[in-house]
Design a protein around this ligand. Structure first.
Ligand code: GLN
Length: 456
């Protein structure tokens, strides 16, 4: 049924880069047989899942949205994929994304743009746009995305679904094509918070293959959500960020619509008995600027391995430097090249102190600020996920800074490594979905699930 739906709908949406129907049906038959024999099945038995194309899947092409990895077929699964497989989920395919995760619209895929199921003349967000479009259109019940600076939350917001960026280190990065290693996270996308929690249960937890993986035990989220009184939020203190003036001054359209939905969301939380206090998130713009130094710097190092020798396409050349030049020149898109150049510049001697070190200091400052807010007994910080709803295809593609501004509200949680959830909060005047962002303290995904579930 799901494969038929993909066959019908994906011509219009372009959410997938690869669909492996044969493999999916084979696993379905195998699970069916097990079930008939009365053998035990995993918690996600026979649930189809789409996986972002920067997560390695054994025997299935993994391109990270880049031409340079067009012919790359990994010999192993990412830990997140093998955990889903072990829970008996069925991987149906790989989803489109901005090349190496660099972008906010999935227009910067090396293959084709993906479209928003609510209005196919609009973007689906990015970089996990293919996963968001696949879930929102019902082609799969859930999907995996990755979030470095907002790539799960922003597309979830644009497509009217839920997405979780976990605490850094909570979900293994093993087998994730690295973009910015100190910021990269892998997380689930689904229609409801309950579903997110069930998938997260399978994904979260220590992995010895990832040296930054946290050792802490993972609680049972289902139990927490089903506890008596779990949906009464009287023990939860919410910090509410009202930054309408700042958003308006940045020239975002529809700020009134975003703020109207946001105010209504705050009202919902007061009805759920949460305590609400107004706070402000200073350094938003500085955080954005710091991100766009740190992420490209790490990327410039991480992407050095795509040289046409070990991975991906190789161009004919007379000598080695020409081989690098030609392979990277034709295999990588212009945004990727821009990031490599800015990153290399920021890291080079003479500029390191002025840019990279400064950016790290800003990161430290932002993290400390957020830490202080949580120490003052706040449980959750809420703000809109994005400053506007899904924009028209092509609208921001020529202006990288406009595209970067999309991440204004998602970056702080990324810099601080904090968990953040996006849940649908309403529609703008064009009937496009908008998302609410809930940021939690380190490893407090449980509180985010509780509040998000009650809100939904
Ligand atoms: N839009 C941001 C960027 O282009 C975030 C991407 C991400 O989270 N992977 O870097």
């Amino acid at each position: 049924e799901y494969l038929n739906r993909i066959h019908e709908m994906d011509k219009l949406l372009g959410a997938f880069l690869t669909v492996d129907a044969e493999r999916a049906l084979q696993k379905a038959r195998w699970l069916d047989e097990k079930w008939r024999k009365g053998e035990p099945l995993g918690p996600l038995a026979a649930v189809p899942v789409a996986v972002k194309d920067n997560l390695c899947t054994k025997g299935i092409p993994t391109t990270a949205g880049s031409r340079i990895l067009e012919n790359f077929i990994p010999g192993y699964d990412a830990t997140t994929v093998s955990r889903l497989e072990a829970a008996d989920a069925i991987v149906v395919g790989k989803t489109n994304m901005d090349e190496f995760g660099m972008g906010s619209s999935t227009e910067l895929s090396g293959f084709h743009p993906s479209k928003n199921p609510w209005d196919p003349s609009r973007v689906c967000g990015g970089s996990s746009g293919g996963s968001a479009a696949a879930v929102a259109s019902g082609m799969v019940p859930f999907a995996l995305g990755s979030d470095t600076g907002g790539s799960i939350r922003q597309p979830a917001s644009f497509c009217g679904i839920c997405g979780l960026k976990p605490t850094y280190g909570r979900v293994s990065r093993f087998g994730l094509v690295a973009f910015s290693s100190s910021l990269d996270t892998v997380g689930p996308m689904a229609s409801s918070v309950m579903e997110l929690a069930s998938v997260f249960q399978v994904l979260a937890g220590h992995d010895s293959m990832d040296s930054t993986s946290l050792l802490d035990k993972v609680p049972c989220y289902k139990d927490i959500l089903q506890e008596r009184g779990a949906l009464d939020l009287k023990d939860i203190k919410l910090g509410v960020v009202y930054d309408e003036r700042m958003l308006s001054s940045k020239g975002f359209g529809q700020v009134e619509d975003v703020m109207r939905c946001f105010q209504e969301s705050v009202r919902v939380f007061t009805h759920l008995n949460a305590k609400v206090v107004a706070i402000s998130l200073p350094f938003l713009e500085e955080a954005l600027a710091a991100y766009y130094v740190i992420a490209p710097s790490e990327a410039s190092s991480n992407l050095a391995r795509y040289d046409g020798v070990r991975f991906g396409i190789r161009q004919e050349a007379a000598h080695i430097s020409e081989l690098y030049q030609k392979s990277r020149g034709m295999g990588m898109g212009s945004e990727v090249k821009r990031r490599i150049l800015t990153g290399t510049f920021a890291l080079s001697s003479g500029y390191y102190d002025a840019y990279y070190r400064k950016a790290l200091q800003v990161r430290q400052l932002v993290s400390q600020q957020l830490k202080n807010l949580f120490q003052q007994q706040l449980d959750i910080i809420i703000c809109p996920t994005t400053p506007c709803a899904a924009f028209e295809l092509g609208e921001k593609i020529k202006d990288p800074v406009k595209m970067y501004m999309e991440d204004l509200l998602t970056i702080p949680a990324s810099l601080a490594g904090l968990p953040a959830l996006s849940v649908p909060m309403g529609f703008d005047s064009d009937h496009l979905p908008l998302g609410l962002q809930l940021i939690g303290n380190q490893q407090r995904e449980d509180i985010l699930f509780r509040a998000g579930h009650a809100f939904q």
